[in-house]
Ligand binder design. Structure first.
Ligand code: NI
Length: 166
C-alpha cells in the first residue's frame, strides 16, 4: 500500500494534457494500485493520474462498492443533465455546483488493456466527467455555477440551523 502525494491547485501538473497509455508495465500497474490507495485514504470517489503527478491517461473511480480503473478513457455518448455539488481532492475543503450529463457512455481500456464500454448514470456519470477532464488539464472550478464554497462554512451553517430549531 502506497499513498502518493496529491497535487493541489496551483501545481502546473494539473493543467497539462496527459499522454495515452500504450502498454501495461509494472510501473503503471503499481501506479494504479497507488491511485486506489490514495483515493481511499482521502475519502475520494475518483482520482486521475495527474493528481499524483503522472501525466498519463488513467482514472480510478469508486462511488460505492464498485472500484474501476479506466485507461485512455473517452466519453462517447451523453444524455440529459444533472446539476449538483462537486469537490476535488486537488482543491481540498471546497465545493461548487456543476452541471454534467445525467448519463454517459465511456470507452477505454481495463487493467488488462482490453477494450471496455460502460454506461453510467447519476453520480458515477458525474465522476467519469470530472476525472476525464483532469486528463486534459481541466478542473471543475472552470465550470462552477455561482460561488465556490468552503466545506467548513457549510458545516457551520448546518450547525446554526440545528441550533435555530431547538
Ligand atoms: Ni478532481
Amino acid at each position: 500500500m502506497a499513498i502518493r502525494t496529491v497535487r493541489e491547485v496551483g501545481d502546473a501538473v494539473l493543467t497539462k494534457v496527459c499522454r495515452e497509455v500504450k502498454e501495461m508495465t509494472p510501473r503503471i500497474d503499481q501506479l494504479i494500485d497507488d491511485m486506489f490507495d490514495t483515493m481511499y485514504e482521502y475519502n475520494g470517489v475518483g482520482l486521475a493520474a495527474p493528481q499524483v503527478g503522472v501525466l498519463r491517461r488513467i482514472i480510478v473511480v469508486d462511488v460505492g462498492d464498485d472500484p474501476r480503473v479506466l485507461i485512455n478513457p473517452k466519453i462517447v455518448e451523453t444524455e440529459g443533465t444533472q446539476t449538483g455539488d462537486e469537490g476535488c481532492l486537488s482543491y481540498p475543503g471546497k465545493f461548487g455546483t456543476v452541471t454534467r450529463p445525467m448519463r454517459v457512455v465511456v470507452e477505454g481500456l481495463d487493467r488488462d488493456m482490453n477494450p471496455v464500454r460502460w454506461e453510467a448514470e447519476g453520480l458515477l456519470a458525474r465522476d467519469f466527467c470530472h476525472e476525464i477532464d483532469h486528463l486534459d488539464g481541466h478542473m471543475y472550478m472552470e465550470k462552477v455555477e455561482g460561488e465556490i464554497h468552503d466545506v467548513h462554512e457549510m458545516e457551520e451553517s448546518e450547525e446554526t440551523e440545528e441550533a435555530d430549531e431547538e
